[in-house]
Unconditional design. Structure first.
Lengths: 512, 331
């Protein structure tokens, strides 16, 4: 780490060219096949010590495969890996850890029932005579967290934390184990702005200490904020590696998808129709006193930090939770929605926040998943019409362009973007007059994102209304006709027509 | 029924060289278990003189029939990622119920119908505990396992009820087209069970719930209703077996069917059912139960020490399920 400091000190205004140093890790013609699938095609890449190297690409471009090869989860099919110039087999996660390669994954993989400190030291506990020294570990854990600048308590139980805070614990765990090469896979998906800022501070500090950081994200502005260099993967092949200073967002997107940028942001005005939903002073678990209206042809955006009560609000509208107060009017008729099935019958559809936990039957076929909402139409008498079932599944797979081996392939075998298409496709097959999308583009690649936006437009033109929840401000800001801001379970601001600038909206969400 | 047209490839499927993999795997799995059963039969036919006799084969079918039927019901529950530990106790208490009613002058048809209805009611009670009270299925059915044995013993004061009408007990000895009536009962149960699981939307819902109950619920599936259904099928079939058992042994006794829940679970798992839910079939547990029965039957014929039989059965369950998992992982 002193080396990095020296270089910085010696040439303060000409930052060290990362590629000039001996690469800490070099990939030579790295190749990976899964049966007939060629997941990674002869990739040449090198990572310099103390470099922040962003990797971007659509879902299915090979990023996850690359992570798994570098962390020893999968073994490569061909090519060489050089660690500080020496070839290494890298055939097991243990070997990767021993070299100092670590990763923070998109989904938190920690023990939910243990304390933060216990998770930090899992597998490396402090003991005396074989017994755990709880207090010593909590003290040491707190020191680690404070040192990293994370505002967390080491004695808290992990399951009491938000997903974002859990992600920070996972990061702290990965950053404090002699790590020299740290991979972040979509780390900010569930982080609040403050948490993301804490994370970025940590990443810059790791860089200063000479740790190599590989940063994978769909949020290109983060790439420009953090990274030194950026590599683009497309269809398993390396498209380019450039210094971030030499490129811009539009050219990155072009490299990723080979489609013009204009298609990516898609929104056209639709004349508003009659009011579809009106809620008056609605209260429920996690939110209270919310009023709003939603009209046909309108996108109503709900913005706020994670935990602001937006998901709880829409789930109450959808009948998942019982309301504790207020009124709901659907198509001009006051309604009391008893449960999800009741909501669906009345024409409401919900694409939930977590497609893995709430949206999909992962170990069942794609066909069953896309048909699940419409099985009552695929019957002849009491029996299932299996021909109609197959036809409906194939139609939806074709319409949504879901990339799957077959309708019988398990949903778990698909990439994140294609999984999201299943969840959305399920509701398009069913039809509704009010579609609620809760974080529909988290962890979804640029191409699928654009397709989802096009679906929005199609739904609006068909006379449906949309409620869109997103923690990604540019998305709701651009797409919403009416934007509501939630903070701590309350609706604190509403904007229709001309919106204030994004900074002002953010301020409303955070609270001054 | 024109349901099974078996033409999955010719419909406009998305381009794929191995479209019906799920279906084919199921077929291969059943074939392989069927192969194992055949190998056992051939080996026993060669090594013993008594195996391949009409008497022994009828006996085997009668023995296997009971566990086969509860294994099918158990599979419905396991597909929803649940478990029904009470089926053995339901068998016992049902044998008592049907016997008591007949001894007290009920007609055979009435006694049987009421007993099966009682079984369905027990299943509904399980559904109530799991859905409304939020108890884990393991705990709920463990509790009724204990309580139902107690009720059976209380009602009979621990005694055995005998003196059942001959026309009732004759059923277990009767045959139709040369096949024991008890085995026909398996077919009578398996065919509707297969249709329910594979050819109705409720079957699809059971799988969906076992895979991800929250996703099913958010898609409008009546999760509560389907869970009631699964446990009512399981306990209802266990009551049917209680009736059959009473006919076979000619008595009603609350302690009958001891440990059958474990045999049913073992049969189901040998037949490829996953205890994590969403994986299972009707033919699997049938094959599984007849494999277990054949192993026991063969061990008897070979005069293997009964204590050793238990050890061998346990070991074989581990081996069979291990190889099955291995095969499925490799695809």
């Amino acid at each position: 780490m002193t080396d990095a400091a020296l270089i910085d000190a010696a040439s303060p205004d000409a930052p060290a060219e990362p590629a000039a140093a001996v690469p800490v890790l070099a990939l030579q013609k790295l190749d990976k096949r899964f049966g007939a699938t060629h997941a990674l095609k002869a990739v040449d890449l090198d990572f310099a010590p103390g470099e922040i190297h962003a990797i971007v690409g659509e879902n299915g471009a090979g990023k996850s495969t690359l992570i798994k090869l570098l962390t020893g989860v999968h073994r490569r099919s061909g090519g060489e890996l050089l660690w500080e110039g020496r070839p290494v087999p890298l055939g097991s996660p243990q070997e990767a850890l021993a070299l100092g390669i670590n990763a923070v994954h998109q989904e938190v993989v920690l023990c939910r029932h243990l304390s933060v400190a216990a998770n930090l030291f899992l597998g490396d506990e402090t003991t005396r005579f074989g017994l755990l020294r709880h207090r010593a570990m909590v003290r040491a854990g707190q020191a680690v967290l404070d040192d990293l600048g994370f505002k967390l308590r080491a004695d808290a139980t992990l399951s009491d934390l938000t997903i974002g805070q859990q992600q920070l614990v996972a990061t702290a765990r990965a950053a404090t184990r002699g790590t020299r090469f740290l991979i972040f896979d979509e780390p900010t998906g569930y982080l609040t702005r403050q948490e993301a800022a804490q994370l970025f501070t940590l990443i810059r500090r790791l860089k200063a200490e000479g740790v190599t950081v590989v940063y994978i994200s769909h949020r290109l502005e983060e790439v420009f904020e953090l990274a030194d260099r950026v590599s683009i993967l497309r269809d398993g092949a390396l498209v380019s590696t450039q210094r971030v200073a030499d490129t811009d967002e539009a050219s990155l997107i072009r490299g990723m998808i080979n489609r013009s940028v204009a298609q990516v942001h898609y929104k056209e005005a639709v004349a508003f129709g009659p009011e579809v939903l009106r809620v008056e002073n609605l209260s429920g678990p996690g939110f209270s006193d919310v009023s709003m209206t939603v009209r046909a042809g309108e996108v109503v955006g709900l913005y706020g930090l994670i935990g602001a009560g937006r998901s709880e609000f829409v789930q109450t509208v959808f009948g998942r939770h019982a309301r504790t107060g207020g009124r709901m009017v659907l198509d001009g008729v006051p309604v009391a929605i008893r449960n999800e099935a009741d909501a669906i019958r009345r024409g409401i559809a919900l694409v939930p926040e977590s497609r893995r936990d709430q949206g999909l039957c992962l170990n069942l076929g794609v066909g069953l998943n896309v048909n699940l909402a419409i099985y009552d139409r695929l019957v002849r008498g009491a029996l299932l019409d299996r021909g109609a079932e197959r036809a409906a599944a194939d139609r939806q797979i074709r319409d949504m362009q879901i990339k799957t081996a077959s309708r019988d392939a398990n949903a778990s075998s698909l990439s994140g973007g294609n999984q999201q298409k299943i969840v959305v496709g399920k509701w398009l097959a069913h039809g509704a007059k009010l579609y609620i999308f809760d974080e529909p583009t988290v962890g979804v690649d640029v191409g699928t994102k654009a397709e989802i936006y096009r679906i929005f437009a199609r739904l609006l033109q068909g006379g449906a209304a949309i409620i869109l929840i997103s923690s990604y401000l540019p998305e709701v800001y651009d797409l919403a006709d009416t934007l509501h801001v939630f903070r701590r379970g309350r609706l604190v601001a509403s904007h229709s027509g001309a919106k204030p600038d994004p900074e002002a909206v953010l301020t409303e969400a955070i609270g001054a | 029924m024109t349901v099974q047209t078996q033409d999955p490839l010719s419909t406009a499927a998305p381009p794929s060289p191995r479209a019906p993999r799920g279906a084919r795997m199921g077929l291969v799995l059943s074939l392989t278990l069927f192969g194992l059963l055949l190998v056992l039969w051939i080996a026993l036919s060669i090594s013993t003189e008594t195996f391949l006799t009409e008497r022994n084969l009828s006996n085997l079918m009668r023995q296997g029939a009971m566990v086969a039927i509860i294994a099918v019901g158990q599979t419905f529950v396991i597909i929803t990622a649940g478990i029904d530990l009470s089926v053995g106790a339901v068998v016992g208490v049902s044998s008592v119920a049907v016997s008591l009613m007949m001894v007290h002058g009920f007609g055979i048809a009435g006694a049987v119908a009421l007993t099966v209805l009682m079984g369905v009611a027990i299943g509904a009670f399980h559904g109530f505990g799991i859905v409304q009270l939020g108890l884990p299925p393991f705990i709920m059915t463990l509790a009724t396992l204990t309580a139902l044995r107690g009720i059976g013993l209380l009602v009979t004061n621990g005694a055995t009820i005998s003196g059942l009408p001959g026309s009732f007990t004759d059923f277990s000895l009767s045959s139709f087209l040369g096949i024991p009536s008890l085995f026909w009962m398996v077919i009578l149960v398996a065919v509707p069970a297969y249709v329910l699981l594979q050819h109705t939307r409720w079957g699809r819902y059971l799988y969906a719930i076992g895979s991800n109950a929250e996703a099913a619920r958010l898609t409008g599936v009546d999760v509560k209703g389907m869970i009631y259904l699964a446990y009512m099928v399981s306990a209802g079939l266990a009551a049917v077996v209680g009736v059959l058992l009473a006919a076979r042994i000619g008595i009603g006794n609350a302690t009958q069917g001891e440990g059958w829940e474990l045999q049913a679970i073992a049969s189901s798992v040998i037949g490829g059912t996953s205890l994590f839910g969403a994986v299972g079939s009707v033919q699997g547990p049938l094959l599984g139960s007849f494999i277990l029965t054949t192993i026991n039957n063969g061990a008897n014929l070979l005069a293997v020490n009964p204590f050793w039989q238990r050890i061998i059965t346990g070991g074989l369950i581990i081996v069979i399920v291990y190889f099955d998992q291995l095969r499925r992982k490799r695809r």
